[in-house]
Design a protein around this ligand. Structure first.
Ligand code: GAP
Length: 509
């Protein structure tokens, strides 16, 4: 097992042990690619949602929120293209009987070539030091050039095959690239077939004419069909946005990598409605703005990568992914898409209702264009916990696992810990806890030695521990211990709230 795989396993185990994430219906051996968030996971998830909602809705005067239903009229999904085009090409290996996404097999092959290039570049960077000219090296090194040429040649066939649904071409590519099944090692593949990712169910009983309904595969359509309701009732002028957080469902063929690819997950999406012709400008704006949002959490820039799409979803004319360096490599965490008037135009056509906006500045009516930001809540959760998980050797030789979760997002903000369970210290602790609990999610703990209690709080990422000792009774002071540095300082009880508030503030400077 590689170091990264080992670390990932430990993160998954830690998430379970400390009440962040449990497999769904675990007593029945779980349900594939479905997970439940435990007591600490639910808090962290809510804090991420709150941070996103505030950043989008509260800090932008021209963005409002929405909470649309999961069930929608089935024609929505016909209009949006999901019935016809929300497919993954799947392929089976006849020997292992394992099922794969054909496009993922090819993408993984490309990623391996990219990895070779990256290795070559970093080797050279080390060799040449300060004088290294990466651009020149990439343009002239024969091995880098050969791999780049291979990637170009693959993409030249892969992109149109995906865009046009040419399944035979995908299979031909898999055979030509000699891609083997990771389980059986064989190249004994079935043909590639399309597989629609939407879950469906029946609404109503069969006797009164049940109709087919889908569990929404993205939250965005709830925004599109409500765009005029919001625009009119909110008297919104373009450009304006509608934001929403909610569940989405996809019958993923290859569900793996913990909560990275789930069958039931949550999205935080925002559709920004703009005048046609201004989409490029807003697309660039949202690319930058969203990157700023990620970086404000204090995660280093090098953990993120921008990936411009070669192959576009059926609704987009420009698209970019923000990728995060997960324990299993760089993968998409958020997509920013210029969706043109594809969705509103289609809903106008299928519903027969006008979805035009009257622009008082130009005296024209038109269907707005849309720039979308779409981030997975679960993937953001995974990015935060996988970056936060840290094993440390301390000066006294002991070890600790600390979750360096951004303090503003930490499940518990303050732990109130009387040093001893006697001499009036618990009573003083309770008094402090009862004051703080209205402003912060706090935990009160008086069992076990203080060192063990610190370790438990470190393991769930609590940024501040307040310790009550005998001196507290004399002069109304406590010690406050900071999670990452483990530094302690003595502060008056009535300053706890203001000190912690200041340190967990995520407002833009
Ligand atoms: N409305 C556009 C849309 O849905 P997407 O790229 O398919 O675009 C957006 O999904 C985000 O939703 C992704 O960047 C990812 O973070 C998250 N996401 C998509 N499928 C997911 C899955 N199966 N499990 C967890 N998150 C997922």
């Amino acid at each position: 097992m590689s170091k990264a795989e080992d670390r990932f396993k430990k993160i998954i185990a830690h998430c379970k042990e400390y009440g962040f994430i449990f497999p769904s219906s675990e007593i029945y051996d779980g349900l594939s690619a479905v997970y439940d968030y435990g007591q600490n996971g639910a808090e962290l998830k809510n804090n991420i949602k709150d941070y996103w909602w505030k950043s989008m809705v509260q800090y932008h005067e021209n963005i409002v929120g929405l909470d649309a239903a999961i069930f929608m009229h089935p024609t929505v999904w016909k209009a949006s293209g999901h019935v016809d085009a929300f497919n993954d090409p799947l392929i089976d290996n006849k020997d292992s009987k394992k099922r794969y996404r054909a496009d993922v097999l090819i993408e993984d092959h490309i990623a391996k070539l990219e990895e070779k290039i990256t290795k070559e570049v970093s080797k050279a960077a080390k060799r040449f030091g300060d004088s290294f000219d990466e651009k020149m090296f990439r343009q002239t090194n024969p091995r880098v050039q050969a791999n780049m040429e291979k990637i170009r040649a693959i993409n030249e066939r892969f992109v149109p095959a995906m865009e046009n649904g040419q399944l035979d071409d995908l299979k031909a590519l898999i055979l030509e690239l000699e891609i083997a099944c990771p389980v059986s090692g064989s190249r004994n593949w079935t043909d590639v077939r399309q597989f629609n990712l939407m879950f469906s169910s029946q609404m109503g009983s069969a006797s009164d004419g049940a109709s087919l309904v889908y569990l929404r595969p993205e939250t965005a359509q709830g925004i599109f069909v409500n765009y005029l309701n919001v625009q009119k009732t909110g008297r919104k002028k373009l450009p304006f946005g509608i934001a929403q957080i909610g569940k989405a469902f996809r019958n993923e063929i290859v569900a793996r990598q913990f909560i990275f690819r789930m069958r039931e997950f949550e999205q935080m999406e925002m559709q920004f409605f703009v005048r046609p012709g201004q989409e490029k400008e807003w697309y660039e704006y949202w690319k930058e703005e969203r990157m700023r949002w990620h970086l404000a959490l204090g995660i280093p820039r090098e953990m993120f990568r921008i990936h411009e799409h070669d192959k576009l979803a059926h609704y987009a004319n420009m698209a970019v992914d923000i990728e995060f360096d997960f324990p299993f490599g760089f993968k998409e965490i958020e997509g920013i898409h210029s969706r043109t008037d594809f969705d509103l135009g289609a809903h106008q056509k299928f519903s027969g209702k006008k979805l035009q906006y009257f622009d008082p500045e130009t005296n024209e009516s038109y269907v707005p264009y849309v720039v979308e930001t779409s981030i997975g809540l679960d993937r953001t959760f995974l990015a935060i916990v996988s970056h936060a998980y840290t094993e440390e050797k301390l000066e006294d030789g002991s070890e600790r696992v600390v979750m360096n979760i951004p303090p503003a997002l930490a499940p518990v903000k303050i732990a109130v810990l009387p040093l001893l369970k006697k001499d009036g210290l618990p009573e003083k602790g309770r008094e402090i806890f009862d004051k703080l609990k209205y402003d912060f999610h706090c935990q009160y703990e008086d069992k076990d030695a203080i060192g063990r209690r610190y370790r438990r709080q470190d393991a769930i990422g609590t940024p501040y521990c307040i310790t009550i000792d005998h001196e507290s009774l004399e002069n109304n002071t406590v010690t406050i211990r900071e999670r990452d540095s483990m530094q302690q300082e003595r502060i008056p009880v009535d300053q706890i709230a203001s000190i912690v508030s200041k340190r967990i503030d995520l407002r833009p400077a």
